[in-house]
Design a protein around this ligand. Sequence first.
Ligand SMILES: [Fe+2]
Length: 379
Amino acid sequence: MQPIQLFDAASSTYTYLLFDENTRDALIIDPVDDQVDRDLAVLRQYGLTLRWTVETHAHADHITSAAQLAEHAGARTAAPAGCGITTAAKQLAHGDVLQFGKESLKALHTPGHTAGSMSYVWREHVFTGDTLLINGCGRTDFQSGSASALYDSITQVLFALPDTTTVWPGHDYQGRTHSTIAAEKAGNSRIAGKSREEFIAIMDALNLPKPKRIDEAVPANLSSGIRHDAHGQPQPGAGAAVAPPSVQAAEGYAGDIAPELACQWWQSGQAVLVDVRTDAEREWVGFVPDAVPVAWKQWPGMAMNPAFDQDLKAAVPAGKKVLLLCRSGVRSIAAARRATELGLEAYNILEGFEGNPDRSAHRGNQGGWRKRGLPWRQN
Ligand SMILES: [Fe+2]
């Protein structure tokens, strides 16, 4: 069995999708935010249920789609415990195993590119992230990198795997897709046959430019790539102290709107408020009285609501705007894009009902319709 290898050309990043052929439970390694629509389409095409998103480390060159996939596909997020990705639901330690159907993925701590970096073993395959690349390795000159630690990780952890193990790297810049442990042991120009001192000297002499997106990507990846409303601006700390600007242009729908202004538009009758969360969320987390419930997806499994188009059109009279509310702004953006395709003037309500997760992955502390004291009830 082979993994499905997916490529993001902008960052030369490989993403891997593994699944159980019988149960169709799946796991994705290093998904990229710009590719979330492609990845959701691949999941649909293969009939898969995504159980886990897994990171090899906190990337400096792209932003993960982990939080988006959690929202769209109902996956749980996992990341190496040493990477500071505090929003990930599962903090992986060396030797931990993630199950998907009857398949399992084993975490190996392989520090060096970053202190927390991990590689993952599935059957006769190893996913090495930026620890071991084809005829290369990840850089060690920033983000807690250490050439000495990388030397040990490659020579003692990865090279201890069977020679026939297929190596699937986190990147390749020359179109190569995979290698083997035997080939890297024999021919990797950075490390094959090199002493620790020789390897450290090679790494010290690389003098690589700073990655273009590091200042944006690392902070975003430390919170699983969750979109911080809006347009990548981190929110002020806990609480609802600062309201975002009222309406901002968006791609594919009319705009992102601040919760207070959305509430005014709704209460003055210029707009219909549509809650696209699942029935379960409205029932248990809380609901907005008189908002129209039209689920985008339903829990469990987060299957698309086949009646969405029809129910949305029925909910919005001609000439009215529609305001879309979800948990934190992932599903409501997808729904706003769809509403626009259906001919509606659609707005995404920033922060959603519960707001973004905080450092402990707790929602409800950082903005959101409920935190801001807008109308809601709980059964
Ligand atoms: Fe990296």
